[in-house]
Design a binder for this molecule. Structure first.
Ligand SMILES: [Zn+2]
Length: 285
């Protein structure tokens, strides 16, 4: 199922980059869905093979649990993000999203219904030791974990979580248009992006992060920001903004983008996120 979407994303480089939210979403997904066939979802004659998009539509989609609990800073964009993520999954037939801000959803039993968990969270989430162990076992056993933006501003007192997502937030020295560089154009999360591109968002810096522990997909071009700005702590000037890693038999994808509503409404971010989620789901196949 995901192979078709990935193929379509790759072929969707010329997708419209209009930034008017749902239009951008629908336009880009239309390219994804039809990209592999080069046609608009024809109805097959009796006995004819179905298109990849039709096959994807017929099969049950992988299930995503989207957790938006804010024990710390609460982002205004959370309701919009849930709506866009649900649309993204539904229109692409790539995944089915259950959104909640209730951490009680993270139990060993309930997680068996899902293929990946997506966190856009903050602070010290109200989860018991059993719930924490269930989350780690879920990923370790071959399922997906996706962190968005403040997922790294979460669970400072639980180092195993920091190791899972790959870093902890260390302030956002910049909130402005910046230039990002794609470091791995072959990954589904970055295949549709230009090698370098501008985007306006709140830009995170990380601590307890090392290139040795992750596979970097996107990084800030340090020439596009003021490195003398208040709060810049990284002496190595290495500001990665999206990466993958493995965790046991599971896959982890993190993107630091996603503070601004305009970013969520941007087809480039939607493709980036959907590509990362699809990759993370793929570990369980
Ligand atoms: Zn933010």
């Amino acid at each position: 199922m995901w192979r078709g979407l990935t193929c379509a994303i790759t072929r969707g480089n010329c997708a419209t980059m209009r930034r008017d939210g749902r239009v951008a979403l629908v336009a880009s997904l239309a390219v994804w869905l039809c990209g592999c066939t080069g046609a608009t979802a024809p109805t097959p004659a009796a006995g004819a093979a179905t298109t990849p998009a039709q096959a994807a539509a017929a099969a049950p989609a992988p299930r995503i649990l989207y957790l938006t609990h804010s024990a710390g800073y609460r982002h205004d964009v959370l309701p919009l993000s849930a709506q866009i993520l649900q649309d993204l999954g539904r229109l692409s037939h790539a995944f089915d999203v259950t959104a909640t801000d209730d951490c009680a959803a993270i139990t060993r039993d309930n997680l068996t219904r899902f293929d990946a968990v997506v966190f856009f969270t903050s602070g010290d989430l109200p989860m018991s030791a059993d719930q924490k162990a269930a989350l780690l076992d879920f990923v370790q056993g071959g399922k997906g974990f996706v962190g968005i933006h403040s997922a790294t501003d979460t669970f400072y007192g639980w180092p195993e979580y920091g190791a899972l997502v790959g870093a902890y937030f260390d302030g956002h020295p910049w909130h402005q248009p910046v230039t990002l560089r794609v470091e791995d154009p072959s990954h589904p999360a970055t295949a549709a992006l230009s090698p370098t591109f501008q985007i306006a968002d709140e830009i995170y810096q990380f601590r307890t992060w090392s290139r040795r522990d992750v596979h970097v997909l996107l990084a800030l071009d340090p020439a596009s920001v003021d490195l003398a700005a208040a709060g810049v702590n990284r002496a190595d000037r290495d500001f990665a903004l999206a990466w993958t890693r493995t965790y046991g038999r599971g896959r982890v994808f993190y993107t630091a983008l996603g503070h601004e509503p305009a970013v969520w409404q941007d087809a480039r971010f939607q493709q980036h996120l959907a590509g990362g989620i699809g990759w993370a789901i793929g570990g369980s196949k």
